[in-house]
Design a protein around this ligand. Sequence first.
Ligand code: ADP
Length: 652
Amino acid sequence: MIELIGASRTYKIGAIEVNALRTTNLKIEQGEFVAIIGPSGSGKSTLLHILGFLDRPDKGTYRFQGKDVTALGSKELALLRNQMIGFIFQQFHLLPRLSAIQNAMLPLIYGGKGHFQETASEKIRQVGLGHRADHVPNELSGGEQQRVSIARALVNDPLLLLADEPTGNLDSKSESEIISILEGLNHDGKTIIMVTHEKSIAERASRIIQMHDGKIVSDTYSRQPSAGMSEMAAAKHNMASQKTGLRRTAEFLDHLKQSFQSIIGHKMRSVLSMLGILIGVGAVIAMLAVAGGARESISENLSKLGSNLLMIWPESHNSRQGVSLGAGAVPSFTLEDAMAMKKLPLIRRASPYISGRVQLVYGNKNWNSRLEGTGTDYPEMKNIQVQTGRFFTEEELRSRDRVAVLGVTIVSELFGEENPLGCNIRINRVNFRVIGVLKPRGGGHWDNDDVIMMPVTTAMYRMLGRKYVDRMEVEVRNAEMIGQAQEDIKDLLAKRHHLNNEARDNVSIRDMTEIQNMLNATTKTMSWLLGSIAAISLLVGGIGIMNIMLVSVTERTHEIGLRKAIGARDSDIMLQFLIESVVMTVTGGLCGIMLGCGVAVLLSKLAEWPIKVSLFSIVLSVTFSMAIGLLFGILPARQASKLDPIKALRYE
Ligand code: ADP
């Protein structure tokens, strides 16, 4: 079954060469029970590792079942280890958080044969541990742990059992029990190769190979090998095994479970290392919720205004106070301009608009507020309604009457519970009569109800002392005619003010879509800003995760070695650690989402800010955390997957 032809293995430590195995020829047949003995450092383990596909000879050939396996790649060797070999180690190498049965199941997961539970529990019973199947290793005695590892070695029904000092860590009673189990297995046809330094144990084998200084110095048979497996039974071990869907799911679930166990096993450490991701995601969710809320309330206010409104400024925004500069300048608008615009066929309504700050006094109360002087069309255009009383009339506008309509904020500040209608208040020391109160308009981040409205004429001449209005507000009959209406308005202004073409084009007209676009641009900038904050915090979080994963790889070197010995390929180990880091970051991300939502709700309650947590931001956060896990998990996972199984198993 096994044939080494001129095989040797040399280790190089700096300039020194250690001939761990000198040129060796060896044949082992099916059903043999071979003990390899010899002093420490004589090359026993090296030979065993080569026979178990954990290592390759530098020179010579290794034939297994008649096939040359010397030059196989690490992937094929992993498959061979999984399907053909069962390892039993001196230190047992059981995974501490898994129960006996779960430990025994591991090779099946990499082998993907199915019936994990049944097969593993059958083997656990076979080694006499049926009653302790659900115990974790540190609840088991040394002898019991070694039985679990024998069950694990048997679970894939291998051709060959390799035992490296299987009784080295055991008391004499357990020692003889373990050897009896091995004898029994050999009797049933399993080929066993066992390294030991104890003569009494070696004598239980059918053949004793003695090594010294990397060479076989004697090779004796004490009895005939057992009947051995039939050719038929051996033939069922077909080396080609596909990675089945079953294997993939089982492996994935195993990794997922391991990841959670590892996180729960190191609660404090995991929480601390997730903190970066958690805070980053939380902050982004909360900020996006506030920004989204603000945006929503602004666009809601905008849409209330209707989409066919235009705002017209003379020239640029900056010179709207009537200071016209340069040759292409437009003179400021007068009330007559508004009247003329109203008469254009495409225009339904038009109103001049002027605003300023004023000081209000009623009784002994003072309040500073915004004054808005408008035409009589203005409330209808802007969807402003009176709650009690009325708006001013055309007549009052013409005669510049001192009448005012108040927003509810002013009413509550100056009048409290008193009815303001018909009362006199002083605005910038001028007496006014209150004729109406506006319906509350609400608002996002500024108060739309802290406003006092009056005829534009009163505002211009009696209050603010201006000859021109700030801007015109115009409602076009039909939203589709907005383009034409803008041209008509420009033509009208050009005619009335004798403007040249340049000045005509300088008239600035804004429609709501423009404001909407501006708003969108602002939110976009804000999103970028938030995005970069998020990126930085997630980067920091990712580095934290990478750090802890590197620690985890070092801590679990034995585990990695063992997994490789029982058939995990490099890619399986890589996947395991990637899954673990993704589980960490996604858990952090989910906690972050909860934190962010919590903070957003708190803000909306305490600061009364409108908030909106969007599904998009949640999906984005989860995706991002996942990506961070993958990105920052790659380095540790690669490191783990590249570990040499022998070194990993021997790691102190
Ligand atoms: P044994 O199992 O009989 O104690 P080993 O096969 O472990 O012996 O080792 C044989 C020799 O090879 C020893 O001198 C040991 O120091 C050396 N050796 C084993 N593994 C390595 C390695 N990875 N690097 C360098 N030297 C090694």
